[in-house]
Design a protein around this ligand. Structure first.
Ligand SMILES: [Zn+2]
Length: 256
């Protein structure tokens, strides 16, 4: 059984109601955190997650609401007396920055009481997280708008969408996307779609859902000011779009 816990379901705009978007995949005794924006340590504690339980941290991209809590979280691992290693996983072009960010935040290997292992991936590569859970990624257009700045700044524009496979179940986690076309990067039908709803409109989502045929769609990365519009839209949806759920912090779903 795979348990997916929604640690945070908010957008980049700070909210009193929602933490920044973050998911926790729990399978057997493995705990895999996906994204760790500012405030992630407190968000985990509030949801009764023992920080020492986390084995792997995946960082989707380098917008602050998805990674800026990493150094604080790793510091809190140390303060919680952690001794077991943790793995930090991100796209290969993000890794030099992530390593520098941690060193600059005084996460110095010799001073930690546990080991931080780094693993990178490239698009389309298959990464095994456990014996039963793996993922692959494709590049989406979320960060394309920054290409014009590459002349002047050294930026990593890695922005993957994720396809997780758990046994025979397929789960798309869109991460942040650029437009509705990014929803169709993986051509195959899926069982579960975890979709951000900041950068697309609900109507565009329905068109894609009909192609991806998920039995359940979970909306995340929800701006407070858009919530009512989304709820109104969903209340008028027919059942042919499957089950669409506006998530909230602390929601747990089980995948068998
Ligand atoms: Zn983003």
């Amino acid at each position: 059984m795979l348990k997916i816990k929604f640690i945070g379901t908010g957008s980049a705009k700070a909210s009193l109601k929602r933490n920044f978007t973050s998911l926790l995949f729990q399978i057997s005794s493995e705990n895999i955190l996906i994204d760790c924006g500012e405030g992630i340590s407190k968000a985990l504690l509030q949801q009764n997650i023992d920080l020492n339980l986390i084995d792997k941290i995946i960082i989707s991209h380098l917008h602050s609401d998805h990674f800026a809590g990493l150094s604080g979280l790793l510091t809190n691992f140390k303060l919680a007396g952690r001794s077991k290693p943790v793995q930090v996983i991100t796209h290969k072009s993000n890794l030099p920055f992530v390593k520098n960010f941690l060193l600059s935040s005084f996460i110095i290997p010799e001073r930690m009481n546990y080991e931080i292992q780094f693993e990178d991936f490239d698009y389309n590569q298959e990464i095994n997280l456990t014996d039963d859970l793996k993922f692959t990624t494709k590049q989406n257009s979320h960060l394309d708008k920054y290409k014009i700045h590459l002349e002047n700044y050294e930026l990593s524009l890695a922005s993957p969408s994720f396809l997780f496979t758990y046994l025979d179940k397929k789960i798309i986690f869109t991460s942040d996307i650029g437009n509705a076309e990014d929803l169709l990067l993986f051509s195959e039908p899926v069982n579960i779609l975890i979709c951000e709803i900041t950068h697309i409109e609900p109507g565009e989502l329905i068109t894609s859902i009909k192609k991806l045929e998920p039995s359940e769609t979970y909306l995340i990365h929800i701006p407070d000011e858009k919530e009512k519009e989304i709820l109104d839209f969903l209340s008028n949806q027919s059942s042919e779009a499957g089950h669409i759920i506006l998530t909230f912090d602390g929601l747990e779903i089980l995948v068998f």
